[in-house]
Design a protein around this ligand. Sequence first.
Ligand SMILES: NC(=O)c1ccc[n+]([C@@H]2O[C@H](COP(=O)([O-])OP(=O)(O)OC[C@H]3O[C@@H](n4cnc5c(N)ncnc54)[C@H](OP(=O)(O)O)[C@@H]3O)[C@@H](O)[C@H]2O)c1
Length: 238
Amino acid sequence: MKKAIVIGSTSGIGRSLAEVLINNGYTVGVTGRREVILKSIHKQYADKIFFKHMDVQDWASIDSICNELVDNLGGLDLLVISAGIGEENKSLDFNVEHNVINTNILGFTCIADWGVNYFKHQGHGHLVNISSIAGIRGNGLAPSYNASKAYQINYLEGLRLNANHSSPSIYITDVRPGFVDTAMAKGDGLFWVAPVEKAADQIYAAIKRKENVVYVTKRWRFIGYLLKVIPYALLKRL
Ligand SMILES: NC(=O)c1ccc[n+]([C@@H]2O[C@H](COP(=O)([O-])OP(=O)(O)OC[C@H]3O[C@@H](n4cnc5c(N)ncnc54)[C@H](OP(=O)(O)O)[C@@H]3O)[C@@H](O)[C@H]2O)c1
């Protein structure tokens, strides 16, 4: 039986993907800060689930929590990082930016490094991170969110190059969603908002294909391409 950990699985994409994994025969370690939800997921899936409270901003505790979950699971094939936050912050309140950086950059890096080192040690494994199409260009309303996702995209490529030196059997998948119908997708002007179940199914398909980079849903690849090529003069009118 395959074993996975999903970091940030109390809601949204992480929770839905954890359920897809369970329904496809995985045993899953789930984490988040909301213990009530972790317990209710455990009640629902019993022996298919282990859970641990984890705040990804508490960097000192991350290695030991991940190691405990691996002991519970009896190994690890797949590590998914779906913990993330995003805030509109037009006034550039540094506290907001700091919180996003602590979660999406420092927390992400700490978990991703633990995962790649674990997989390098065992010679195989698969790291998946939910970045965002937002990481392709800057955003005046949520500058730290887009910048943090740009960091993740670049860091994942670095990890892929790093891991390839150790073993060709370590895979790194960068999932770049557009809009997905979760608590995070808020604000005006949203379009092509995908049901979270559809996003989770497409992410699971990409995991099976061991893709390097995947846009979710598929049509967002087109927007990703446009974002890469449109000049700044056009971007500032959007
Ligand atoms: N929804 C979209 O349209 C969209 C688009 C592009 C990318 N994404 C990315 O997808 C990922 C998942 O977001 P979502 O849409 O599924 O939103 P969500 O429903 O708000 O889920 C966020 C998850 O992250 C966890 N989390 C947040 N801060 C945490 C912390 N400090 N420590 C531990 N866990 C933490 C939350 O758990 P607790 O609150 O229990 O800690 C929750 O399980 C994020 O990285 C987001 O940037 C989402």
